[in-house]
Design a protein around this ligand. Structure first.
Ligand SMILES: Cc1ncc(COP(=O)(O)O)c(C=O)c1O
Length: 391
């Protein structure tokens, strides 16, 4: 396989076909080092793309200037760049002066949760959802309550109503951690769904904190990301360019308060001190000058999703979701732990159960890779699943 997929010449279909497997294997990040070289890694949220030129230039120039010190106090450069991006892409007016910068999305989410709730207070999440939600909330001594997504993969208002009621027993403070769009299902919450969430959360006095790191990754033109704070006025959102521009190595995040959320200005100085200056340099360039790169990524994702759907059929039926670069595949008919079966067949994906018990029998596969790797990955999937097919 490595001969074909790793060959030095590639047919350039989209931006994802720019790099060969051999070139990708020179990377030293988690995606390329966690598993042995004979395993195709389609698990962690990294993209197999070259870096956007404006970001390369900005970081390169900063290094050449020796601009490698601390971020300056009250530096709003990432937030300003985010505001320009958000206005253009979503028609959203980000209140730059009221934002605060944090080291990354998870640190920002946790610090916002700390402002809104105390130790022992409840935080509601909707599994299947990004596993660190649970890990970080446990670390912060919050009581975690579940309001799982419905069978249709969408917010379940009755489950939320019930969980919010339980969260507010004893008059304690409580929050809801929304994943908008949802990792791993790719669900893009609609304005109506967010409005209904806002009604229920307001009725119970539960504050909404929205993780919007995947927001730019909406490949199909018919779907539109709705910022939670535009619908729920006292919500607080976290944004970052780290997913859409593949910048996990240069992390930073912006906490954006809704018009009626007053607490973000109280984020403690240690939160701002955690920001890495080069992360801010990189993400400012991504938001301000990376539009053409992002458009190529979205075109590539749309292509890869169509390719994947065709390759999977008829063994596995999969309809691409509205957002993210993940395919959330239901493989329960083949095995209790299909990720294990696929790994044995040389393909690494995320086991669905790590996103919550609701994810059992599923796997999360990252489609942000080349057509050649995706094709080989699905060939391995077919072989591995055919070996365990019931009956
Ligand atoms: C939903 C979600 N939130 C947060 C993160 C991590 O963001 P950060 O690295 O900025 O903490 C990820 C990474 O994949 C994610 O999918």
């Amino acid at each position: 396989m490595d001969g074909a997929v790793g060959a030095s010449t590639v047919v350039h279909v989209t931006i994802f076909d720019s790099l060969t497997l051999d070139q990708l294997r020179t990377r030293t990040s988690m995606k390329w080092r966690h598993y042995p070289a004979d395993v195709l890694p389609l698990f962690v949220a990294e993209m197999d793309v070259p870096q956007a030129e404006p970001v390369v230039r900005a970081v390169h120039d900063a290094m050449h200037r020796g601009d490698t010190g601390y971020p300056s106090d009250d530096d709003h450069s990432v937030a300003e760049a985010l505001a320009g991006f958000a206005a253009q892409r979503w028609g959203w007016d980000v209140p730059v002066a009221r934002t605060r910068t944090a080291a990354d999305v998870m640190v920002g989410l946790l610090e916002v949760v700390r402002l809104l709730t105390g130790p022992g207070d409840a935080v509601v999440i909707s599994p299947p959802v990004y596993p660190p939600f649970t890990e970080f909330l446990q670390h912060a001594d919050r009581r975690i309550l579940h309001a799982p997504l419905g069978a249709d993969g969408r917010l379940d208002l009755d489950a939320l109503d019930h969980a919010f009621g339980r969260a507010k027993t004893h008059g304690s403070r409580a929050a809801y951690l929304l994943c908008n769009p949802q990792n791993p299902t790719g669900t893009l919450h609609t304005a109506d769904e967010l409005a209904a969430l806002g009604v229920v959360s307001a009725r119970h006095g539960v504050r909404v904190v929205s993780d919007e790191v995947h927001a730019p990754l909406v490949p199909e033109s018919g779907s539109r990301f709705v910022p939670a704070t535009t619908v729920i006025p006292d919500a607080i959102a976290l944004h970052s360019a780290s997913k859409a521009f593949n910048l996990a190595a240069l992390r930073v995040a912006v906490a954006v308060p809704g018009p009626e959320a007053t607490e973000v200005s109280d984020l403690a100085k240690p939160v701002a001190d955690g920001v890495m200056h080069l992360g801010a340099v990189a993400q400012t360039a991504a938001y301000a000058e990376g539009g053409a790169f992002l458009d190529e990524v979205l075109t590539g994702l749309a292509h890869n999703r169509r390719l994947l759907r065709g390759l999977l059929a008829p063994l596995v039926t999969w309809e691409p979701p509205e957002a993210t670069y993940f395919a959330w595949l239901d493989l329960a008919e083949f095995a209790d732990n299909p990720a294990r079966v696929l790994l044995d067949g040389g393909l690494a994906v995320n086991p669905g159960a790590t996103f919550g018990v609701e994810g059992a029998g599923h796997v999360r596969l990252n489609v942000a890779t080349s057509s050649a790797i995706l094709t080989e990955a699905v060939a391995r999937l077919h072989t591995a699943l055919s070996g365990v097919r019931p009956g």
